[in-house]
Design a protein around this ligand. Structure first.
Ligand code: ADP
Ligand code: TRP
Length: 331
């Protein structure tokens, strides 16, 4: 076991999908016993940026928490909490924002992409962009630095944010003296960014997701909807940039992937690949499904678990925040 801290979270701005599962939740749960401490949390303050429906937020928070719990998060060993119940994080976020160069945030892709899109449409570059969206990487840095986490398992699209957190930690240490650990992203190299139903990145923003927990019937129905090309079954097929193949690979054992690649070369019908993909995913997730339904039906139990986790999280974050405040001459 490594004497290190691992931390991650998935924003509750939608029902967690297979991309979240493969990119963040599954690797996080697989590593929960590998480190001295695992901290997994629900970034509910992050969800304020894109979602302004209070009821829906509560719904997503519950489903997000139920997902982690159903998939095997061990709350005796890990600390599982809601960001907004750990005020040390937002306190630290302010301190960090004062030493973060605005230029660094100008380059953060969530902001940069939106600004570029605005310009393309001859709009003001900042049209529709809130300070929350702009500052998002600072809050994310605070999420990580408040616990001096070493490792952050995330999907590839989040690497830039971890690098920004690292930059911010370095800058604070440089100005006020050694305080923060420099975090590193942990990426599952075997897993590409998972494509969604339409072949683009599976993302809540594109409404092309496959939720983690569906009934077998609904899961199969959605998989059958995945876009494919019009090649006939007999034609040899390329595995490159193939949505079905990439999804299959994310759930299969290496020998299963090799076997499917051979079938592609020999010619296989899309319907058959879809059925194979369905069976593979259904097998991996079917036992957790019941647990998920149980937690969703018992929201008070989930809240209790999260409140307990927040207490433990605060006991770790408080001394780190205190040190940062001391270093900055605030105490
Ligand atoms: P979304 O794009 O649906 O809003 P988030 O940005 O909330 O997803 O991502 C939450 C976590 O899940 C991050 O660690 C992210 O890297 C991972 N993730 C999201 N979508 C994918 C995907 N399509 N493939 C792999 N990982 C993903
Ligand atoms: N930005 C991540 C997402 O979009 C969620 C997140 C917020 C996070 N703070 C974090 C992930 C800290 C890892 C570490 O889902």
């Amino acid at each position: 076991m490594q004497n290190k801290i691992i931390l991650t979270g998935v924003t509750p701005s939608g029902i967690p999908h297979l991309g979240n599962y493969v990119g963040a939740i599954r690797p996080a749960i697989q590593s929960q016993y590998d480190y001295q401490q695992a901290l997994y949390f629900i970034p509910d303050y992050h969800s304020l940026i894109k979602l302004q429906d209070a009821k829906l937020r509560q719904h997503y928070i519950l489903h997000n928490a139920a997902t982690w719990l159903a998939l095997g998060l061990d709350t005796d060993k890990t600390i599982f909490y809601r960001q907004s119940q750990v005020p040390e994080i937002t306190e630290l976020a302010w301190i960090l924002s004062t030493i973060t160069a605005k230029g660094l945030l100008n380059r953060a892709h969530a902001y940069k992409d939106l600004a570029a899109k605005n310009l393309e449409q001859n709009e003001d570059p900042d049209a529709g962009i809130s300070m929350g969206l702009f500052n998002y990487p600072v809050l994310m840095a605070a999420d990580i630095l408040a616990f001096n986490a070493h490792y952050v398992p995330v999907g590839k699209d989040q690497i830039q944010h971890i690098e920004i957190a690292r930059d911010i930690a370095m800058r604070f240490n440089h100005i006020y003296g050694e305080t923060f650990v420099l975090p590193e992203a942990v990426i599952d190299e075997k897993v590409e960014t998972l494509p969604g139903l339409d072949g683009r990145k599976m993302s809540k923003s594109y409404q092309n997701t496959i939720p983690i927990f569906l009934s077998s019937k609904d899961l199969r129905k959605l998989i059958m909807k995945i876009t494919t090309n019009s090649q006939t079954p007999e034609e040899p097929k390329s595995t490159e940039n193939c949505t079905l193949f990439t999804l299959y690979q994310a759930f299969a054992k290496p020998e299963q992937t090799t076997a499917l690649a051979k079938r592609y070369a020999a010619g296989i019908g899309w319907g058959e690949v879809k059925q194979m993909l369905f069976e593979l995913i259904d097998q991996e997730l079917s036992t957790a499904r019941e647990r998920y339904d149980h937690y969703v039906a018992h929201s008070a139990l989930v809240e209790e678990i999260l409140a307990e986790g927040a207490k433990k999280a605060r006991s770790i974050a408080a001394p780190i925040l205190k040190l940062a405040k001391e270093k900055a001459g605030l105490l």
